[in-house]
Design a protein around this ligand. Sequence first.
Ligand code: GDP
Ligand code: MG
Length: 299
Amino acid sequence: MRCGFVALIGRPNVGKSTLLNRLVGTKLAIVSDKPQTTRNRIAGVRNYDGGQAIFLDTPGIHRPTHRMNVRMVDAAVEGIREADIVALVSDATDARAGAGEHFILEQVRHATAPVTLVINKVDLVPRPALLPLIDRWRLRHPFASIIPVSALTGENVDRLEQVIIEHLPEGDPVYPTDYLTDQPERFFVAETVREKVLALTHAEIPFSSAVVVDRFEEADERGIMRFYCSILVERESQKPILVGRAGEMIKRIGTAARHDLEAFFDARVFLDLRVKVASDWREDDRLLNQLGMPRTKRG
Ligand code: GDP
Ligand code: MG
């Protein structure tokens, strides 16, 4: 048997979370067109004939501007150290081939694990552009392999899986075969709400919002689950934007989130959302702990 940890690392927005969801076959990580969507390290388990792969989705590696971002980047860099295989995910539409990955490549250089380059979003580039792109990447680092994929369409993801299985160390499965993720159900409630906030808002709102589950109630005798959440914003002026005229925005967020949560839990869902101001929560370690943000070793 083979078993190991596969860290998905890379810059924000390259498609790491989309790839995690594709690899495990379940939507575990929220996705958006805005950078820095993922704030936690999310493990997703996939069992194959010959073994088990534990994929670690990580926050995008970027220049941190708040305590929150320091903790995000540390969690990602930690992922490199924990991994048996590092999958460096990049964006095929970025023709600079690694020029923007300077810091990441430096981290990866110290890795003992084999590093595979995943060139994602190949559905967006013309085929003839791929070979020169691969050649340019090759000059940056001695990758164990380079695999172009589309996490969105699934193209060539089976090839990536083959390579991963080949590189997995020998060992017994770490988790039972019905184990899917290390994140608790509450996490998926908060993240689903946050995904809708990200999809429906603009400018600084996506970056300065967080979601806390104040109360999580299992299904009652009528089969209804009840979730009570607060959406945190940083400033009083952001509150009316999230609530919307006559509560229209918060209603849209709630309806979209409830729809997804009912599918995820296969149950009827009652969702209560309110908006609260928590000034500078992105700098507040106590609040960040409460939000389940990864702890940093930098103190
Ligand atoms: P992350 O920040 O690296 O986790 O990136 P996400 O998974 O959140 O994806 C960022 C954006 O890229 C989203 O709008 C995705 O729908 C999009 N995306 C991800 N993978 C692909 C892909 O293979 N092809 C295309 N066209 N878009 C993709
Ligand atoms: Mg992500």
